[in-house]
Design a protein around this ligand. Sequence first.
Ligand code: NDP
Length: 495
Amino acid sequence: MNQVAILETVKSFFQREHGHFINGLSHPGKGALRQVVNPATAQQVAHVHDGCVEDVEAAMTAAQQAFTGSWAATSALARGNLLLKLADAMERHREELAQIETLCSGKTIVLSRGLEVDQAVAFLRYFAGWAGKICGETTDISIPAAQGEKLRGYTLREPLGVVVGIIPWNFSILISIWKMAAALVCGCTVVLKPSEYTPLTMLRVAQLATEVGFPAGAINVVNGDGRLLGPMLIEHPFCAKVTFTGSVPTGRGVGNSASALAKPVTLELGGKNAALFLDDMTVEEMVNGIIEAGYLNQGQVCASAERFYLPSGKLDEVLEKLSQRLAQFRVASPLDEACQIGPLANKAHLDKVLGMVNQAREEGDEIVYGGCSPDQPGYYFLPTVVKVRSENSMMMREETFGPVGSFLAYDDEEKALAMVNNSPFGLAASVWTHNLHKAMRYSERMQAGIVWINMHTLLDPALPFGGIKGSGNGREFGSAFINDYTRLKSVMMRY
Ligand code: NDP
């Protein structure tokens, strides 16, 4: 076991009084104190004050003043440079940020370093590269001009204003950075509302941003209960756009509230992602692919696969070998660098996952492996393999957001593809085969915002990401994000 020693800076950070980050300053606020609980021990590690209407007002006002003032006066290239400086600062504070994340979310320290921090840094640098390249275009004008006159048209890409970013608990830094960096490079300012379970990481990132030179008010963080703060933030007159990642029901409500006020909204809602394995893959390749697709971060990844379609002749052997591999996974403290299975992020989530697996068992699905918590403190749940009765099993339709793969055999690839697409959701999907002809054709026919071939879950800043159908709207990353954080203004001139 290689248990990481908690840094002194992390210990003292947890002992401080926390609340919000508003207008360039840490601001504890006066709201009720909420416990921050380490999911690996079920013990409290810190406290944070809930936000109230005054905190929302202060954050939105600071963001609006920066939007029209200091941030508007910061040139595009200077904005990019600040994002690069923040990336450097986060790299310098990599271990500190990773430890704060692990102690609040239960993510293994290896993933906190490599996914939360390193990927956040990579995305910051990607978005910084857009600075100075977000622009409109000139166009010829065809309407008649008077003798001796000419007409010219052009478009401007204008930042929307204050962006409210509502963040889930599964990647408290990375998802915040996706939204924050995209907004900032476009010239918007942000007010972030982290999950009540992971309220601390972005407070530290916002401090670092101020230290490297971001003007006060460009980045604000308000903590507290989303059911109270969400509507206040969305309905605030200074809120020009909402970007949300989280559950389907909450996301629908957020979408309805924003749309009712004609505010643009980006929704990233997960769903029930599918992975289709074709018969030419070996059993070992299928097992490796399933582990990659379904069990990263205990399945708490919105793009993870939860529905697996396997050829009937191989299903039982794959499930047997998969169960053997999962049984060898090291369930341990997430601060242990060899840990492969850490806890789920919070007690409510553990109860939800356990309840769904128990319901599946009662309804007649077979729990081939796992299906329960190991005998140890904390919110652990064993990686679980469910062989479902049919496509209509609850496990093939509802997201567990946990380490639970549900498996169904098929005999006919066309029917399997139809089952993949028979879902109200469409965030992500994958097809696994050595047959290039089929890989290309099936990937084109899969109904999802992102389709992987012989891989799953990995995201790249250059490739747009977002769902179709019930999994949301809008696109993050690539160049597609520009549409979500700017609006076009048309200018026509006579000369
Ligand atoms: P939610 O969708 O409830 O929460 C996501 C964010 O929205 C949090 O910051 C939350 O704040 C906030 N929020 C809650 N209610 C409102 C509201 N009425 N208006 C505006 N914002 C609101 O997800 P949970 O964190 O509760 O997780 C529940 C389930 O969601 C999980 O079990 C999982 O299935 C799914 N999920 C999906 C994710 C994805 O990436 N697709 C990510 C995380 C969860 P607060 O924390 O204070 O409630």
